[in-house]
Design a protein around this ligand. Structure first.
Ligand code: MN
Ligand code: MN
Length: 465
C-alpha cells in the first residue's frame, strides 16, 4: 500500500462518515453481537405483550438479586430494586454511590407495548359457518398487513368472581392459531383499486376463531356455542367475561434470523423491545456509580396515556420517592438527571428511497441512532435536545468506542412521529432519543440488524458509566 497523500490525510481528519459496525468490529466483538442476539430473541418470543414483557423483566431482575420496591420503602446506596406498575410497566433501578442531588438520575426510557389488534368487549359472533372475534386495532398499523397471517391470542380476563386468568393461545407448537381473512385476488378487483387505507377496513379485522357446530339441533349459533364451551372448559369463562378482558391478537410466529449470513433478525414487536431488552440488560449487568433507572413503559403506541403510559404521574412519583428516601431535594435531583429516550427509528430502505433524505437517515448496521429531535411539520411536538447535551452523550460514546449514528425520521414533511422524550423532558430532565433502526416498522414482521442491537446495548453501558 502506498503512503497517503496530504489531502487524503486531511480528508480523513476533517470529514465525517458513518461506519458499518459489522465492518469495524473485531471477530470477538462480532461473536458477542451474535451471542447477545440469542438472548434478545428469547425476550421477543416470551414478551409479546406489555404484561408478558413486564413479567420477563421482573424475573430477569429477580435472578440478578433485585427485590421489589413499593412506595414508602427505605432505600440505601447499592440497593437493587424493581417497581411494578399494574403488571404492565416496570422500572428496574439501582441506587449508586454518587450523591443524587448533584449527580441526578441516569434514566433509560423504552416501551414494551407494540401495535396489535385488540379484541372488543363484546366480540363473539358467527356468520357463514365461521366464528369471529370483533377487534379494535391498537397503535399505528397498516391494516392490510394483518390479514392472512397466523395470529396468537394473548391477554388477561377478569372473571365474574373477580379472579384473573392469563391467556396465551397460539405460541406452543401444538396450539391452534387464528387469522384475519382476506379476499382472493380473483374477486379483489375493486379492493385492489385502493386506496391502500381502505383495502381492509377497521371493522373487517375480525379474527377467525372457530368452525365446529355444537351438537344440538335445538340451539342457534351452534359454532359460537362450541367456541364458548371450549373457553369455558379451559378457562372457566363465559361470554360476559369478555366485558372485563384485555385480549389481543399478535403474530404467532417467532423471532428468526434473516439472511444466509444470519446478520439480521425478523420478528414481531422490535419496536420497542429492541431498545427495552438492551435497557433491561444494561441495568442488570451494570455496576454504575450513578443511580440508574430503566423504565419499561406501556401505551407509547397510543400517545403514552393512562396510568401505565409515561405521562402517568407514577413515574414522577417514583423518582420523587427515591429522592426523598435518600434525603435529597427532588427538584435538584431531576434538574441534574439525564435521560435516553430509547425508541426505534426508521432504517433507510432502498426500496422506498423517496421518503428518505439519505444523508440524515439511519443506515442499517451503522449502530444505534440518535435523533436530536422527532416530531412532524417543522419539529412540531418534539423534544429538541440541546447541542450541549448531545455533545455530552457524544463524548461518553466516544470514550467507550460506541459505533453510533444520527438521523431524522424520513424526509422533511414526509410524515413524522414522536416518542416519550418530550414527556420526560418536561420534568426538567435533559433527554435525547436513541434507538435501533428498524425496517418495516409497525408491520407484523419487522427487521433489525444484530450490529445495531448490540450497539444500543453498548451505548447504554457508556451512558451509565
Ligand atoms: Mn416505539
Ligand atoms: Mn411505534
Amino acid at each position: 500500500m502506498s503512503e497517503k497523500t496530504a489531502g487524503q490525510k486531511k480528508q480523513e481528519a476533517l470529514s465525517y462518515k458513518k461506519k458499518n459496525y459489522f465492518e469495524t468490529a473485531s471477530p470477538a466483538e462480532r461473536k458477542e453481537m451474535f451471542d447477545y442476539a440469542e438472548g434478545y430473541k428469547v425476550f421477543l418470543d416470551k414478551g409479546k405483550t406489555e404484561r408478558e414483557a413486564c413479567d420477563f423483566a421482573v424475573n430477569a431482575a429477580k435472578e440478578k438479586g433485585f427485590t421489589e420496591y413499593r412506595f414508602g420503602d427505605k432505600l440505601k446506596k447499592g440497593d437493587k430494586k424493581y417497581f411494578v406498575n399494574r403488571g404492565k410497566s416496570v422500572v428496574i433501578f439501582r441506587i449508586g454511590t454518587e450523591n443524587i442531588e448533584e449527580d441526578g438520575l441516569r434514566i433509560i426510557a423504552s416501551h414494551i407495548d407494540a401495535p396489535r389488534v385488540d379484541i372488543k368487549q363484546n366480540p363473539l359472533y358467527e356468520e357463514g359457518n365461521m366464528c369471529f372475534l370483533k377487534t379494535h386495532y391498537y397503535g399505528g398499523i397498516k391494516k392490510y398487513q394483518w390479514t392472512a397471517i397466523p395470529l396468537a391470542l394473548h391477554g388477561a380476563v377478569v372473571l365474574k368472581d373477580g379472579s384473573k386468568i392469563d391467556i396465551s393461545i397460539g405460541e406452543d407448537e401444538g396450539d391452534p392459531v387464528f387469522c384475519i381473512n382476506d379476499i382472493l385476488p380473483h374477486l379483489g378487483r375493486e379492493q385492489m383499486a385502493g386506496p391502500a387505507g381502505k383495502i381492509i377496513e377497521g371493522e373487517q379485522l375480525n379474527v377467525l376463531v372457530g368452525g365446529l357446530p355444537y351438537d344440538d339441533k335445538e340451539v342457534n349459533d351452534k359454532i359460537k356455542l362450541t367456541v364458548l364451551s371450549v373457553l369455558n372448559e379451559k378457562y372457566g369463562m363465559c361470554e360476559e367475561d369478555f366485558l372485563s378482558s384485555e385480549l389481543c391478537a399478535v403474530p404467532a410466529f417467532r423471532a428468526r434470523d434473516i439472511g444466509v449470513d444470519r446478520s439480521l433478525i425478523g420478528a414481531y414487536g422490535h419496536d420497542d423491545r429492541v431498545c427495552a431488552y438492551p435497557a433491561l440488560t444494561a441495568v442488570l449487568d451494570n455496576d454504575s456509580r450513578h443511580t440508574v433507572l430503566s423504565m419499561l413503559v406501556d401505551k407509547e403506541e397510543i400517545g403514552s396515556e393512562g396510568t401505565t403510559g409515561i405521562q402517568s404521574k407514577v413515574y414522577e412519583d417514583l423518582m420523587e420517592e427515591i429522592s426523598v428516601a435518600l434525603g435529597a431535594n427532588f427538584r435538584k435531583v431531576r434538574a441534574n438527571s439525564k435521560c435516553l429516550s430509547s425508541d426505534v427509528t426508521a432504517a433507510y430502505d432502498p426500496n422506498f428511497p423517496s421518503v428518505f433524505e439519505k444523508m440524515n437517515s439511519a443506515m442499517l448496521s451503522c449502530g444505534t441512532c440518535m435523533s436530536k429531535f422527532t416530531g412532524a411539520g417543522g419539529k412540531s411536538s418534539s423534544n429538541d435536545a440541546s447541542a450541549e447535551f448531545v455533545g455530552e452523550i457524544r463524548k461518553a460514546f466516544a470514550s467507550e468506542g460506541v459505533v453510533w449514528q444520527t438521523a431524522e425520521l424520513g424526509k422533511v414533511d414526509a410524515g413524522g412521529g414522536g416518542t416519550v422524550a418530550k414527556f420526560v423532558a418536561k420534568l426538567n430532565i435533559d433527554t435525547v432519543d436513541l434507538g435501533v433502526p428498524v425496517v418495516s416498522m409497525h408491520a407484523p414482521f419487522e427487521v433489525v440488524s444484530k450490529a445495531d442491537l448490540f450497539s444500543n446495548y453498548k451505548a447504554f453501558l457508556a451512558f451509565l458509566k
